[in-house]
Write a protein that binds this ligand. Structure first.
Ligand code: PLP
Length: 393
């Protein structure tokens, strides 16, 4: 096989070898059901508690506020649906943003069909939530504000602490989808007044199919899955013990390596951004220049079709994305790029590159050298570009 450069770490990450090692015995040796009484199983119950504590530690939370789920989408669904139901007596209004992941947006739309009212707050051209609009959207009936910690497409980090303060001031619950931020940014749920937080194992070198929802003590929230007494009776079902060991190990690993890893990623990311902006004409960076995820770069190239770009990069062994994995395959441009004000034709020529700590500047040189050639090649085939060049003369 030729070169392979994986630059789609916002879609998913490699499970770290030490995470896999930690998980393996829980398939083949310690496979007992944690709810069973015999001593063969009792170690598993303790193991789950240990992982819960380890995750809570990374957030400044306590262990009994961490609920294991099957991933980010489930955590987001739970946070919105169960809050809506539990607080329906207080009001029926929810505030979120136009740039959320579909796990939030489609859940909000589902709730709208069931009598809830949702305000989708705008973002500015960098993708930051407009705080004055958010404040103005608050009503006496507002029960929940849900704003993502950092965006999965353009990487922009939101003013989460300020939003938490606004929510707290008005006695409104605050949920954040931290699926991209967790493991990359320091998070303290008390400092940011976060009442609920979603995260997903496979976005920080843990396994797929396991996530968690942090729910602050005292928040009234309904059970999401009815059945047994697992997860304090709120999310029934035999625990995914190997997955829980995996996500706990990955959480510890991410916290312990964060500073060094992030410093390295920022350097490589900025090298990538600088080279692309300097060397490729008619190109823009999407998202905030500095308040962005350490691993994220997102560009739009005029007169280029994003899907063709991805295919040609793939032929060079480069895995990239045009936005979120969930929207690729559809012809609609990304809702995030439209929300920051890009016209359709520019949003269509977009490319997301998300690195990890293994990517070097030499790798970036390979990517940018190829990208320059591919963009030039695609533009040469574009009648729009031909017209544009003629007009310039
Ligand atoms: C990936 C992602 C999700 C969904 O997580 P899954 O574990 O794949 O269900 C939700 N929100 C954001 C911001 C994401 O990046």
């Amino acid at each position: 096989m030729g070169k392979l450069l994986y630059l789609d770490n916002a879609a998913t990450t490699k499970t770290a070898p030490e995470v896999v090692d930690a998980m393996l015995p829980y398939f083949t040796e310690h496979y007992g059901n944690p709810s069973s009484v015999y001593s063969f199983s009792s170690g598993n119950k303790e193991m789950i508690s240990k992982q819960r504590e380890a995750i809570a530690d990374t957030l400044g939370a306590s262990a009994n506020e961490i609920y294991f789920t099957a991933g980010g989408s489930e955590s987001d669904n739970w946070a919105l649906k169960a809050t809506a139901e539990a607080y329906a007596g207080k009001g029926n209004h929810i505030i979120t943003t136009k740039i959320e992941h579909h796990a939030i947006l489609h859940t909000a739309q589902y709730l709208e069909k069931r009598g809830f009212e949702v305000t989708y707050v705008d973002v500015d051209e960098d993708g930051k939530v407009k705080l004055d609009e958010l404040k103005a959207a608050i009503r006496p009936t507002t029960i929940l504000i849900s704003v993502m910690f950092a965006n999965n497409e353009i990487g922009t980090i939101q003013p989460i602490k300020e939003i938490g303060e606004i929510a707290k001031e008005h006695g409104i619950l605050f949920h954040t989808d931290a699926v991209q931020a967790y493991g990359q940014l320091p998070i303290n749920v008390d400092e940011c007044h976060i009442d609920m937080l979603s995260a997903s194992g496979h976005k920080f070198n843990g396994p797929k199919g396991i996530g968690f929802l942090y729910i602050r003590k005292g928040v009234k929230i309904r059970s999401f899955v009815h059945g047994g007494a697992q997860e304090r009776k709120r999310r029934a079902g035999t625990e995914n013990v190997p997955g829980i060991v995996g996500i706990g190990t990955a959480a510890k690993r991410a916290a312990n390596t964060r500073e060094e890893r992030v410093a390295k990623e920022i350097e490589v990311r900025d090298y990538l951004i600088d080279r692309v902006l300097k060397e490729i004409p008619y190109c823009r960076l999407n998202g905030h220049r500095t308040d962005r995820l350490p691993n994220n770069a997102n560009f739009s190239f005029r007169f280029v079709e994003g899907e063709s770009l991805l295919i040609m990069l793939d032929m060079k062994g480069i895995c990239a994305s045009s936005g979120s994995a969930c929207t690729s395959g559809s012809l609609d441009p990304s809702h995030v790029l439209l929300a920051i004000g890009l016209p359709h034709e520019i949003a269509h020529g977009s490319l997301r590159l998300t690195i990890n700590e293994e990517i070097t500047k030499e790798d970036i040189d390979y990517v940018v050298d190829n990208l320059k050639e591919i963009v030039a090649h695609l533009r040469n085939m574009s009648p729009l570009y031909e017209d544009f060049v003629k007009k310039q003369k």
